[in-house]
Design a protein around this ligand. Sequence first.
Ligand SMILES: [Zn+2]
Length: 425
Amino acid sequence: MHTIARRVLVSGVKNADKAWDNYNKSRMKQRAGARMGVPRFKCKGVSRDSFTVPHETTGAYGTYYHEKDPEYARRKAQLKRRGISARPTITDYRHVRLSHLGVIRTHNTTKPLVKAVRAGAQIRSYTVSRAANRWYVSILVELTRPSATPTRAQRSAGAVGVDLGVRYLAALSDEQAPQRFAQYPSLEFTGDGAPTLANPRWARTAEKRLVRLQRALARAQKGSNRRARIVQQIARHHHLVALRRESGLHQVSKRLATGYTLIGLEDLAVAGMTASAAGTIEAPGKRVRQKAGLNRSILDAAFSTLRRQLEYKASWYGSQVQIVDRFFASSQTCSACGARARTKLDLRVRVFECAACGVRIDRDVNAARNIRTEAVRMYEAQLAPGTGESLNGRGVAGSDAAGSVVLGDAALDASRPAATGGGSP
Ligand SMILES: [Zn+2]
């Protein structure tokens, strides 16, 4: 307790308070959404290492160095040589000043933060956290923006349904999507004319490497240095994959939020979209259970990441996000005539064929179209007076005209062990 700053302990107590409050409110049915569990104890090294410091001096470009900062004297001398007598400040987009920790070199640019502060944003808090071998600082700012209205292009494109899957990164309901986004090569369509986004190529390589690492881990002796090293490598691998997935989804969420007025997403708690490794009775798949688990976790991560990104980006670009109910059967319904297929569609069947109207369409595109229809229906039902329902269980995140926004994380330079004081209490 005596080796870390007071604020670190305060942030832990605040988090615990919030968790108990959520739990109690959930128990008393005063809180929407899924039932909250009893808060668990967190400890250093096992839980995610992080701490939050509320409104303290922090920032980038133009922030003064603290007089006790070793960098202060160096910069002061530099200015003096040029005949300038002034307090040295940060003059690039690569440093932040955190109270207690001093000026720290960042890996990512701080330009978005600088721009926000110049536009009048108030810094509310900063959070230092660790993921695998990297330290991150996330700076929460509050900025009032004029309410965004959709552009003419957005309005003409209207609503879109998005179906996240295993076979594709995502299928869209909008047939025009490949042409619409042709100028953005970062958005890779499958190329067969269908509005389906290709799975990123790196994902396969990443899976192979993970399998190799896990095999090595199984062979390593318990308690050995080698085992500890492999555990670290696996953590790092998972983190790098998550970062790549996140940046890929940023491309998708940006295009969706700027391209349409309403984005429908299916809540992926629905089972049965995964497990494509099962095979047949004649040729059973290998390691079916593991692969299904992996697919499941990848999908879950993709869904929650895309949802989070879309919700804040939608508020910037005047669009809306509609989460479609988890029990809504998007893959069994015909998007053309609305007939329900009697049996559940086998996952190996790639094309949806309607027995009622005879339409033939890619099964994922069919699902995306159904999601679009359902999203439009749900959104319009909300607009009707007297329903009084919020957009989702956690409140209408990001759709306020002038809400607070969170800017991206700026990764700290991992080579500088400045933030080692941060075990979450
Ligand atoms: Zn039909």
